[in-house]
Design a protein around this ligand. Structure first.
Ligand code: DGL
Length: 270
């Protein structure tokens, strides 16, 4: 395991491909192994213990393939499992919460910051704590937006249904006077044009994916684990329905996901 080993990236399903996309953009020479737990998605409404168990299984799968570091591309899994995985593993573990929170804290002029995510992420308070660590004077207003996950997967990212849902979720946050909105869920970047329209030009959108890619590059450099100049390999594993994953992957990844294979995790058998 060294610079030429792949980076392991996992998520509850297809959404983490938005993080993988940012990683591919920032670190084009790095090989990646992506694991989507499509058999057990969504993680957002599940209890912290259950998500932690799933995350441990995903990490075991990836370390078994010799990865040099793990990116938890799922906000909910980061909220419930980042600390445990960091303590348990020797390799670097990067979550999406700290980088996203730091980026939002830096972007906000007034310190009034909105955070949206799954119910699990918002109820954990992880983003709120991370923002306050980066910026103790901030006021954080959080709102779970669970329907955004289904809208993004259906491709309903525009039109009446998406717009009404977005207004319903976000108008209360806008009325709190936020100047920054942190998209604390893998799926929300797909709705960014609509969210931008609803919250207006005064509110800056920050997405965790880009900030996480930058943090990953920095951690690999720090540990002397950056890849040498050679062709990157990209592999994809899912715990269910490779065909459906491939079908919707390019909307999240911005390119087709080739070579999708079935993975077996814990009680999920191929
Ligand atoms: N990947 C999840 C997250 O970022 C969203 C989908 C789910 O609920 O599993 O929190």
């Amino acid at each position: 395991m060294g610079g030429d080993s792949p980076i392991g990236v996992f998520d509850s399903g297809v959404g983490g491909l938005t993080v993988l996309r940012a990683l591919h953009r920032s670190l084009p020479r790095e090989s990646t192994i992506y694991l989507g737990d499509t058999a057990r998605v969504p993680y957002g409404p599940k209890s912290p213990d259950t998500v932690l168990r799933y995350a441990r299984e995903a990490a075991a799968f990836l370390t078994g393939r010799g990865v040099k570091g793990i990116v938890i591309a799922c906000n909910t899994a980061t909220a419930h499992a980042k600390r445990a995985l960091t303590d348990a593993l020797e390799i670097p573990v990067i979550g999406v919460v700290e980088p996203g929170a730091a980026a939002a804290a830096a972007a906000s002029r007034s310190g009034a910051i909105g955070v949206i995510g799954t119910r699990g992420t918002i109820e954990s308070g992880t983003y709120e704590r991370a923002i306050l660590r980066a910026r103790p004077d901030a006021s954080v207003f959080s709102e779970p937006c669970p329907l955004f996950v289904a809208l993004a997967e259906e491709g309903w990212v525009d039109g009446d249904v998406a717009e009404l849902t977005t207004r319903r979720y976000l108008e209360p946050l806008v009325s709190r006077g936020i100047d920054t909105l942190l998209l604390g869920c893998t799926h929300y970047p797909l709705l960014a044009p609509l969210i931008e329209r609803v919250v207006g030009p005064e509110v800056e959108l920050v997405d965790s994916a880009t900030a996480t890619a930058r943090a990953t590059a920095a951690r690999l450099d720090e540990r002397g684990l950056a890849a040498a100049d050679r062709e990157a390999r990209r592999e994809y594993y899912v715990t269910d329905d490779e065909a459906r994953f491939s079908e919707i992957a390019d909307r999240f990844l911005g390119a087709p996901a080739r070579r999708v294979a079935r993975a077996s995790l814990g009680d999920v058998s191929p």
